[in-house]
Design a protein around this ligand. Sequence first.
Ligand SMILES: C[S@@+](CC[C@H](N)C(=O)[O-])C[C@H]1O[C@@H](n2cnc3c(N)ncnc32)[C@H](O)[C@@H]1O
Length: 327
Amino acid sequence: MKLLFELSGEHPDLPLLELRSVVEALSGGAPSVTRDSSLAVVETQLDPSKIGERIALCHRVCEVLASGSLGSLADVAGGLDFGGSVAVRCRKVSRSREERCSEVERRFGDILAGSHPIDLVDPSRLVRIILGEESYLTVQRHEVDRRSFEKRKVALRPFFYPISLHPKFARLLVNMTGVGRGETLLDPFCGTGGVLIEAGLVGAVPVGSDLREDMVDGCKVNLARFDVEASLFQADVRELREHVQRVDAIATDPPYGRSTTLGGDISSLYSTSFEVFSDILAKGRSLSIIVPREELIALGKEHMDLEASHPLRVHRSLTRHFCLFRN
Ligand SMILES: C[S@@+](CC[C@H](N)C(=O)[O-])C[C@H]1O[C@@H](n2cnc3c(N)ncnc32)[C@H](O)[C@@H]1O
């Protein structure tokens, strides 16, 4: 089966990195992925909802019925019989396309109306014609619930501190590691628990620590709000080996060295952290980490293989580099 993912626009590369990692984690093998504008087409036997419920940087998952010219899609559409009502939607994702979506919808609506009732409000199948560099005739299989991430925003959690990532980026960090259900994921700079909440929600076993006792206490309260169970403790990252022997994944957003308590200078904190992480992370497994300055990435390369790094500008004085390392 070919699935088409309508990726979101937060970043040119991170949505695809997240998708690859999730499909690999769920299927156990590297997927074959074709990119077209903000679309990704993946050959897989996975349940589309299993992927759609886990990823953050995506709008919809659709099953591809045909791709090619609009004329060839029209031929395929003429032979379809879903046995229920349909609605047709068209979306243009490539600027080079000149067709009007309303006209494409009318054309395919007329074709499908020959063998289906049309129901624009509550159709049993939503047929989506997607215009990328290629045209795709698809049926929507899952709509990503992006609003659920908004409901977990830091300001809406019982313990509030203005240091937390948006939940969609916390989910991205978790997903980048490819952690599976029942596997341990550590956040050793857990703060208010944003990453650990997302880890728990995807079925991983969260383990968290922070230098500050008040953060650990607040994190506990936040996790309880979302029914996430975790093992949490106070620790300086430098002493982590005394508390943790082996984890399956690490996803973390360390301090940026501006206002948070560090217990040392930022380069030495990152340097020690990478060394500790390579000791406690299972071999062959992944660390996803945000670093606030590009030169800090080299410190990680002394201990692990860098698989990807993508800058995401937040404002004039902060760019977050989302990095993926393999141990
Ligand atoms: C950017 S915040 C993490 C935000 C977190 N992702 C959240 O959702 O709230 C960094 C955290 O690192 C902690 N921290 C600073 N230095 C540390 C150290 N040496 N060891 C462990 N934690 C430390 C701070 O107390 C702070 O909570």
